[in-house]
Design a protein around this ligand. Structure first.
Ligand code: NAI
Length: 334
């Protein structure tokens, strides 16, 4: 069976997903496209022979659309995702599922009404080989319990439209989900420290930030979020356990040695660094849709991460440790 996918939002991420589905992956095709930028939707749809819909609700309802891929911007996600749930169509939504925990609760309520899980959230790091090896090393137990995690999320630059809140809601949300998944527990409290800011930034940003994510069992996961570090897209994670550490290695398979020294090539952006993970995530979703089941992070995972972001924004304002307030987990996600 070929899964006919309708995509909402074909900017950077959406077009990267379209290219993967077209050239790298099996079992799926783009059948319909929607974007508030109609000309962009038409440009993307034309070489695919895909239909163009003027709004997301029409795309979701279209009979040729089996499943929906959402890559519009965060505040628009909830409307498309709830329309897909109501139509009983599987939906893969880019992070954030919604910008606030309250929006994610409404999405979970829609799934509860429908009585089925159809939502997958695009936390693709769960498909990255390196993070999976760290998870296996923790689970093996030979090094004891995890105690501390050191994360670094470094982007070369961000556009001027990037707001202070986005460092948490759009950027740190990746480490927030990855820590919940790696450590197998919820994050109970958050503090956000603000070191001296870089001078190579927009005045409206506090950059870098250091989050301290305190889990239910007391692990502290630090996350340096530095979105104007100039040199590369550099993602690092080191877990400190009782008798050793496990960390992501450098990504390059080769080391260059010359008169300037020995060095690894670094990646420039998320598509380069996480290309393997994005492909594995999308392929797993297409396979699951074809088999009629949900896969990957659920709406609960989207909610729990958003609740940590909400607390992170409070912590950014207060400077103190802010508790994460979670509702009881609905039975659907038990
Ligand atoms: P972008 O700004 O390049 O593209 C967004 C597209 O959505 C634009 O074409 C815009 O016209 C369209 N759009 C906005 N509102 C819409 C609406 N209501 N209906 C239909 N189309 C709408 O942004 P980008 O970087 O492609 O990000 C898209 C999503 O992907 C965001 O949720 C972002 O957080 C996520 N993302 C995820 C990454 C990851 O590592 N998993 C990396 C980068 C982005």
């Amino acid at each position: 069976m070929t899964v006919n996918i309708g995509i909402v939002g074909v900017g950077g991420m959406g077009q990267a997903h379209v290219a993967r589905i077209r050239t790298e992956l099996a079992g799926g095709r783009i059948a319909a496209v929607n974007d508030i930028d109609q000309a962009r939707a038409e440009r993307v749809a034309a070489p695919l022979g895909a239909a163009v819909y003027a709004d997301d609700a029409q795309l979701v309802a279209a009979p040729e659309v089996d499943a929906v891929l959402v890559a519009s911007f965060g505040p628009a996600h909830e409307a498309t995702v709830t329309a897909a749930i109501a139509a009983g169509k599987p939906v893969l939504c880019e992070k954030p599922l919604a910008p606030t925990a309250a929006g994610c609760v409404r999405i979970m309520e829609a799934e509860a009404r429908a009585g089925a899980k159809v939502v997958t959230v695009g936390f693709m790091r769960r498909f990255d080989r390196g993070y999976n090896e760290i998870k296996e090393a923790i689970a093996a137990g030979e090094l004891g319990r995890p105690l501390i995690v050191h994360n670094r999320h470094r982007n070369p630059t961000v556009p001027q439209s990037y707001t202070a809140d986005m460092a948490i809601n759009d950027t740190a949300i990746h480490e927030i989900d990855t820590m919940r998944w790696l450590l197998g527990e919820e994050i109970a409290a958050v503090r956000v420290d603000q070191p001296r800011p870089t001078s190579r930034r927009f005045p409206h940003l506090a950059d870098p930030l250091v989050l301290a994510l305190v889990t239910e069992s007391g692990v502290i996961a630090y996350d340096e979020v530095f979105v104007n570090i100039q040199y590369a897209y550099d993602i690092r994670c080191e877990v400190v356990l009782e008798a050793g550490t496990v960390a992501l290695a450098d990504q390059s398979a080769t080391v260059r040695r010359d008169a300037a020294g020995a060095r690894h090539r670094l990646t420039a952006d998320h598509n380069q660094r996480f290309g393997q993970a994005f492909a594995a995530e999308l392929q797993a979703w297409i396979n699951a849709v074809a088999a009629g089941r949900q896969t990957g992070p659920t709406a609960w995972d989207g909610y729990a991460a958003a609740a940590v972001c909400d607390a992170g924004l409070r912590a950014l304002a207060s400077g103190g440790l802010e508790p994460v307030e979670l509702i009881a987990k609905p039975a659907l996600y038990a």
